[in-house]
Design a protein around this ligand. Structure first.
Ligand SMILES: *[C@@H]1O[C@H](CO)[C@@H](O)[C@H](O)[C@H]1NC(C)=O
Ligand SMILES: *[C@@H]1O[C@H](CO)[C@@H](O)[C@H](O)[C@H]1NC(C)=O
Length: 387
């Protein structure tokens, strides 16, 4: 059993970030009561899911029977439906142009630890109008929320081998998914759908034991991106519009990724020199609206020479950030240190070394369960008591 708390002690020193031209509206909390801490990796149960050659299906594009989870399984979303905890996870086969096309599988559990996988993937490149964007890289990195009516919405990454694009799908039951295409397909500028985008974490709220997407200031919100973290808004959880800088608003000068072509995209926050998150930042699980603001657990990558010299090159460790609930594109506070980092064998060595990549967070049977991909190869869990 690993106590993650050790690395959190320095977090008690908060970094306060000026909030642009918000006047005095935003007051940074004076402590870290806003963070979700105390996660313990389950040392006996982890990794809870690994690659297997027992899962097969007929790939409509490969035109053959494929062992769709033979190479690696990782980067899981999590959601509770009725009394069951479901993971939607990324699985790779070993064949084709990249010796690894990604598809999204489903697994279920009654204790949050032991999972049974559905034999077939539930979302995958198929003979549809989206396979230009999804083949032959595949469908990657799901995050899932539900709306007030109980419809599920998944954001995922389509990868064509060249560019990653943030996509949306919906489902009544987690098994049957309808693809809706690029999250930005209907945005005001077609360049947003054409550019590199991924990792959509929708803002949610816990109410009466159910986590649902929630409107803030009249709209649904999502954090996205994998260099900086940007924001987007939507009326229907399907068609998203990136949040842009307002006239006169101070702009970030360190332009990264898609913002190099589209500098009007508002950076919510970016990497930090001298810190564990020195190279890139990327949303983790769906964000959570709390009475102190919007809590986003986020992934980050490190370059030791400009960042945290105690973490290996390319280490993905995760931190936490708080945004203003009246203005979700404004950062209020951010932890100075990570709360989870790679340290076990299977977190250090794999398809990509030194990775703990968080994507699923749910309360279930009295605990918060945090699910993460390890070294882009396996799936593990950390838990803490709830609330
Ligand atoms: C770890 O998993 C086991 C099941 O393998 C479970 O009994 C135990 O309660 C878990 N421990 C924690 C700290 O979550
Ligand atoms: C599961 O929940 C859905 C909606 O939340 C409900 O309509 C359905 O009847 C439930 N199914 C079972 C088997 O309890």
């Amino acid at each position: 059993m690993q106590l993650l708390q050790r690395s959190l002690v320095p977090v008690l020193l908060l970094l306060f970030i000026a909030c642009g031209n918000t006047g005095n509206e935003s007051t940074a909390p004076s402590d870290t009561r806003w963070t979700l801490t105390g996660f313990q990796k389950n040392g006996t149960a982890n990794p809870i899911l690994s690659a297997t050659d027992t899962l097969t299906f007929d790939c409509p594009l490969q035109k053959t029977r494929v062992k769709w989870a033979e190479k690696d399984v990782f980067n899981p979303a999590a959601i509770v439906r009725n009394d069951t905890l479901f993971l939607l996870f990324r699985a790779e086969d070993r064949i084709g142009r990249f010796a690894g096309t990604s598809r999204i599988g489903l697994a279920w559990s009654l204790d949050g630890i032991r999972f049974t996988a559905h034999p077939q993937p539930v979302l995958y490149p198929a003979e549809d109008s989206f396979n230009k964007l999804e083949w032959e890289g595949g469908c990657e990195d799901p995050r899932v929320v539900q709306d007030e009516k109980g419809t599920y919405y998944m954001t995922y990454t389509a990868y064509d081998g060249d560019k990653a694009r943030l996509m949306v799908a919906s489902s009544p039951d987690l098994y049957h998914w309808t693809k809706h295409g690029s999250a930005f397909a209907h945005a005001s500028n077609p360049k947003y759908a054409g550019g590199w985008s991924k990792s959509g974490a929708v803002v949610t709220q816990w109410k009466n034991g159910v986590q649902t997407a929630v409107r803030v200031a009249g709209q649904y919100w999502m954090y996205w991106g994998d260099q900086n973290i940007w924001a987007a808004t939507s009326d229907d959880l399907i068609r998203w519009e990136p949040v842009l800088y307002r006239t006169g608003e101070p702009r970030a000068t360190d332009l990264r990724g898609i913002a190099r072509e589209l500098p009007e995209l508002k950076t919510v926050f970016g990497p930090r020199k001298g810190s564990f998150d020195s190279d890139l930042v990327e949303p983790g699980p769906p964000a959570i609206l709390t009475d102190q603001g919007i809590l986003l657990l986020y992934n980050s990558r490190n370059i030791p020479s400009i960042g945290d010299s105690s973490l290996a090159e390319g280490t993905y460790a995760a931190g936490q950030a708080l945004m203003d609930s009246r203005h979700p594109d404004r950062l209020i506070a951010r932890t100075t240190n990570y709360f989870i980092k790679p340290e076990k064998d299977y977190e250090i060595k794999g398809q990509v070394n030194h990775v703990c990549f968080i994507e699923g967070l749910v309360p279930y049977k009295g605990k918060w369960f945090l699910y993460y991909g390890t070294a882009d190869s396996k799936i593990a869990v950390a838990a803490r008591n709830h609330p």
